[in-house]
Write a protein that binds this ligand. Structure first.
Ligand SMILES: Cc1cc2nc3c(=O)[nH]c(=O)nc-3n(C[C@H](O)[C@H](O)[C@H](O)COP(=O)(O)OP(=O)(O)OC[C@H]3O[C@@H](n4cnc5c(N)ncnc54)[C@H](O)[C@@H]3O)c2cc1C
Length: 575
């Protein structure tokens, strides 16, 4: 019988893992499979952290799942790809470790646990280049049936962002959106919509939300279910407060939970997986560009505790290379009840033909169809805080924008809420959003000329594989370009918000935390966002934070269990 309470006799264990997101749960699970005695402590009363609210896409090159899906991927290709994307930004040893273990980690989870994925046949890398993959590399967690957990445990899974759920608690997959928005379009749509919605209403007789878990929620459900099966004790509402050091080694930690402080001695070490910088006010103020400091997409309970605790005992903090965080452009508005509704513009609107993004100068500044991270990096470079997404009414009806979904059924409500700005002419729109009227007119004219030829000389929109993948294949000659036509016109403000940290604790290829001199601090590990990103502020493809979180969780556990050998005489750390 799994217990949420570690008896006093169990206070000395092998491995203490702090934080129940993808990184921490993977580390705890694999350590338990290796026969270590493990305790997982979690600050909140729920598992999942940011992971539960994520897309769940997990980027791991060369897995057996890519072969099963008929799109075999090769580690050598991924290496070549990363050489071109990450180039000379550093982190080579960690990237090599990730590439070396990815296949084995995913295979072991697949065979020995309920953490199961399928490789997407089409989910391209975010940048073109030698070795880039179109399919096979991005893995999607298989749907998880929450009813496999008892009701108490099901309630312990952090819910997705409310903006991403339908009917107040129903998860909807990316490829199910059309079915649910247009149930009467075909018999197939009607049947699928009835199945999904019917199941949801049945669920609601017993549960507070739907139990058909998808994406990040499915990943968390699967990790949690596997941890329960492996009987790993999870201490809820228990945070790691202080590291205990003896003879320059971390030998355990002081935890703070419902029954007060407790010391846990961990013979093999302590793993920090507390979700990265996220809402850490001090680090945000130090590292984040102006205009990005006030809002993070992770749960507010992710306060950067891992970084603070490790730095306090001499760990080196890495600034994350090109960027301290990985970003999504987000729009938002205050609901009537005072809460903030936030929409990350991931794929549904930006890449589609007929939308442009402009700065206060009324100018385009970036390829709107690029990945969310690259779009936001363009915004940061330009100082476009906010930038405005602009479209005509035909676009709004066809694709929607942000929380106005295709069909635009809630458009007038969103205009009234101030979320969408509406105007009959572009001049009026420019005045309403406070941008240069003449420039906006010239920008739209130039964009419309490019849309007619299909060549965006300014930003190369529609030139890359991922641009075209997220565009509209029906639009010719360029799936990402269509002239902006008649009004009314619409604008929506977007600002970058961090979906994950890039800056974090400097570690080596076993997830050991390094001190200022680059030597591992004995007994101290990190994974997930607590470990600085191995991609140095770039975002190579879909799932490039969860991929390393799982693989380094696996590597930390294997190393702690003595299954990965340190063959390097001199630790080179994050070099
Ligand atoms: C909308 C959205 C979509 C995303 N989609 C994707 C995607 O598809 N693919 C991808 O790769 N990435 C995606 N990401 C990013 C991804 O979700 C994160 O990088 C990842 O979940 C981080 O995992 P983690 O284990 O480091 O942290 P988390 O999942 O945040 O878990 C950290 C846990 O630690 C706990 N904790 C905090 N402090 C303490 C403490 N002192 N003691 C004990 N516990 C503590 C927290 O409560 C939390 O449960 C997305 C993010 C967002 C916001």
């Amino acid at each position: 019988m799994p217990s949420d309470v570690v008896q006093s006799s169990v206070e000395e264990i092998d491995l203490l893992v702090c934080g129940a997101g993808a990184g921490g749960m993977a580390a705890a699970l694999v350590a338990a499979l290796e026969g270590l005695t493990v305790v997982l402590c979690e600050k909140t009363d729920q598992v999942g952290g940011t992971t539960a609210t994520s897309g769940g896409t997990t980027w791991v090159p060369g897995t057996h799942l890519s072969e099963l899906a008929g799109v075999p991927d090769k580690v050598e290709d991924a290496r070549t790809f990363l050489e071109s994307v990450v180039a000379n930004r550093g982190g080579l040893r960690l990237r090599e470790a990730f590439l070396a273990s990815g296949r084995e980690a995913i295979e072991e989870l697949d065979h020995r646990t309920d953490v199961k994925f399928a490789a997407a046949t089409a989910h391209p890398d975010y940048l073109d280049g030698p070795g880039a993959a179109y399919g096979g590399r991005a893995l999607a967690p298989l749907m998880f049936d929450g009813r496999l957990l008892n009701r108490e445990d099901f309630a312990r899974i952090r819910a997705p962002r409310s903006e991403f759920m339908g009917l107040g608690g129903m998860m909807v997959g990316r490829n199910e959106l059309d079915t649910l928005l247009w149930p009467l379009r075909s018999l197939g749509n009607l049947r699928n919509a009835a199945t999904i919605v019917g199941r949801y209403f049945l669920d609601r007789l017993r549960y507070r939300r739907g139990t058909r878990l998808l994406m990040g929620n499915a990943l968390v459900g699967r990790l949690f279910y596997s941890l329960r099966k492996a009987e790993v004790p999870i201490l809820f509402e228990t945070r790691v407060k202080e590291l205990i050091i003896e003879n320059n080694r971390v030998i355990g930690a002081l935890l703070d939970g419902p029954s007060g402080p407790r010391r846990v001695i961990a013979r093999k070490g302590v793993v920090l997986a507390t979700g990265g910088i996220c809402w850490n006010r001090k680090i945000r103020d130090q590292l984040f560009p102006e205009g990005t400091r006030d809002y993070a997409l992770g749960p507010i309970s992710n306060t950067g505790d891992g970084a603070d605790l490790a730095v306090a005992i001499g760990a080196r903090f890495d600034d994350g290379g090109d960027s301290p965080a990985l970003w999504m452009p987000c729009s938002s508005y205050r609901r009537a009840n005072g809460s903030l509704a936030v929409w990350p513009h991931i794929i549904l609107d930006r890449a589609k033909p007929g939308l442009i993004a402009v700065s206060a100068a009324g100018k385009r500044f970036v390829n709107e169809s690029d990945s969310y991270h690259d779009f936001a990096m363009g915004q940061i470079r330009e100082g476009a805080m906010p930038a405005h997404l602009i479209c005509d009414s035909a676009f709004m009806r066809r694709y929607g924008m942000g929380m106005v979904l295709p069909g635009a059924r809630n458009l007038s409500q969103m205009v009234r809420a101030g979320y969408v700005i509406e105007a009959n002419t572009l001049v009026e729109l420019a005045a309403r959003i406070g941008c240069d009227t003449e420039e906006l007119g010239a920008t739209v004219e130039a964009y419309n000329r490019a849309a007619t030829t299909g060549v965006d000389e300014a930003f190369g929109r529609g030139a890359s594989v991922v641009n075209r993948f997220n565009g509209d294949p029906a639009m010719k000659p360029n799936p990402c370009l269509r002239p902006i036509g008649d009004g009314p016109y619409y604008a929506m403000a977007v600002r970058p918000a961090d979906l994950a940290s890039s800056a974090g604790l400097a570690g080596d290829e076993f997830g050991r935390i390094l001190d200022e001199a680059g030597n591992p601090i004995p007994g101290l590990f990190a994974c997930g966002n607590d470990l600085a990103s191995i991609f140095r502020g770039t975002y190579p493809g879909p799932g490039t934070t969860l991929g390393p979180a799982l693989v380094f969780g696996w590597r930390v556990a294997k190393y702690a269990a003595g299954k990965l050998e340190d063959t390097h005489e001199v630790p080179l750390g994050a070099a």
